[in-house]
Design a protein. Structure first.
Lengths: 289, 289
């Protein structure tokens, strides 16, 4: 291998059911600007949150294979809480590269933040029904109470991220959740945002939680973990120079390629809110769904 | 054909992307209790409202073929505004039985109700972007102003059909719509509910519209039209006795068979609200999506 080849930027694949996972991509790019990224949103088949494990596993494996086999991803981040909760095994079986979901990093960040050991988790219906966060928290000695908040994703997609109706919906959900926690004798001091859409509601959520409660963003936690794992993976597999922090960043046009299985217009229109910069041209792919 | 065969109850297939179309099925059963019904909700691939015409046409054709080829439907009602707006031609090409969508009956009911000739339509994003209601209204000499209300379906599915948040969301949407109509010099006196979920919000919507405005439910309008067309079709094709109003109704267990492509539990749990009686056992079918 020559010097030029060793400087090819490493490639990270990021997968979500829609474009909410762009909040994870944003956090990854902030931490690893030297890498190239391929993102796929399975917009033809979203939302995963209301579908069965069997269906989600099939869809997620197809997306993972697209990123690895067709886009050359050397490392996968599953930026979808539902797929991380229900299909991580299926994805790991479907590809031969390392795969990181959002559940474990979120639970680990909760462990680091919580003093009482009691945490609250808000997420989609399917993520909650999987009890993946509760299991990941329990494995770390935490008690977790999870609640589905099905209206928050549509409110974000409507653009009502700073709206009195959204503030009221958040207030209602959090009041129900904290009442349930108190009834179970819990003393929660940490709230995990278990859905990639929720970081856009963080200011409203921060304003609604009881005083002193820490809010954990799974997207940020996942990006931090990904940086550690990916750097280690690169050092083992490739040239150290690929992750050289002094290496020139790829040009912005080359750095991120976005794919969607449907509705690229909606992706381009709404995605920039999540990515915090334009998504560029989103390419349509057909996974046979 | 012998006398026994002629008394086989006629079979009507009803298709929706989810279970919202059960409001249309309920209206059909009320008008034609002698018929048998097969309903399919394409729950694995909902919501159609955010998908492209190409994808919707493919999905809808598969569902229509299932109802006709595997369930023996002799007449199809497309109880999905989005599919009626974007895929009626594709469905008619895919099967050989008569097909009725919800757009034309809704527009016809608006024509009958409106005195000013100006009507408002609320629907999903895809239905609005298709401008199918505007076209159907224009063909009848009406002016229509359409607006997408993406939060209403999730609010219904959350069960908040009599909730102050939902009342506020409806107030906001209708204020925006009536302001736009006034700015265009319109004098609307009729509001069309262009989504099968919206009948469950009818009391809140009736309370929010300006005094004197008529609210048209596309589900009711479609069932009325279906009864006329189907009776005529039966009289032409089969024995008059099949639609004999004195014929014994099929037993409740036999009358309705419900199918879904995913999440039958959610269908069974929420569907009874739309059908106004239990859905019974919902059967899972795989259409290969």
């Amino acid at each position: 291998m020559n010097g030029t080849a060793s400087k090819t930027p490493p490639s990270i694949g990021v997968f979500d059911s829609g474009f909410g996972g762009l909040t994870v991509l944003r956090a990854l790019v902030a931490r690893m600007p030297q890498a190239r990224y391929a993102f796929i949103g399975d917009t033809a088949r979203l939302p995963y949150g209301s579908k069965s494990r069997r269906t989600i596993a099939r869809y997620a494996a197809q997306c993972a294979q697209f990123l690895v086999n067709e886009q050359g991803a050397e490392f996968l981040v599953i930026a979808c809480n539902t797929a991380s909760a229900l299909a991580l095994d299926a994805i790991q079986d479907a590809v031969s590269v390392p795969v990181l979901g959002v559940i474990e990093p979120g639970a680990e960040a909760a462990r680091a933040a919580s003093r009482t050991g009691d945490v609250l988790v808000i997420a989609t219906d399917a993520t909650v029904q999987s009890h993946a966060y509760a299991a990941a928290c329990q494995a770390r000695g935490l008690r977790a109470l999870e609640m589905a908040c099905p209206l928050l994703v549509p409110l974000v997609e409507e653009g009502w991220t700073d709206h009195s109706v959204t503030a009221e919906v958040i207030r209602i959900y959090l009041a129900e959740l904290t009442t349930k926690a108190a009834a179970q004798g819990m003393n929660p001091d940490t709230l995990v945002l278990g859905c990639t859409h929720y970081p856009l509601l963080r200011p409203l959520i921060e304003a609604a939680v009881p005083a002193g409660m820490r809010v954990i963003d799974s997207a940020e936690a996942t990006a931090s973990t990904a940086m550690k794992l990916f750097t280690q993976h690169e050092l083992e597999k490739h040239s150290p120079s690929a992750m050289d922090p002094n290496a020139q960043d790829p040009s912005k046009q080359d750095q991120i390629r976005c794919f969607a299985t449907d509705s690229v217009e909606k992706f381009e229109r709404l995605g920039s809110r999540f990515l915090n910069r334009p998504t560029g041209k989103v390419e349509l792919v057909d996974l046979g769904g």
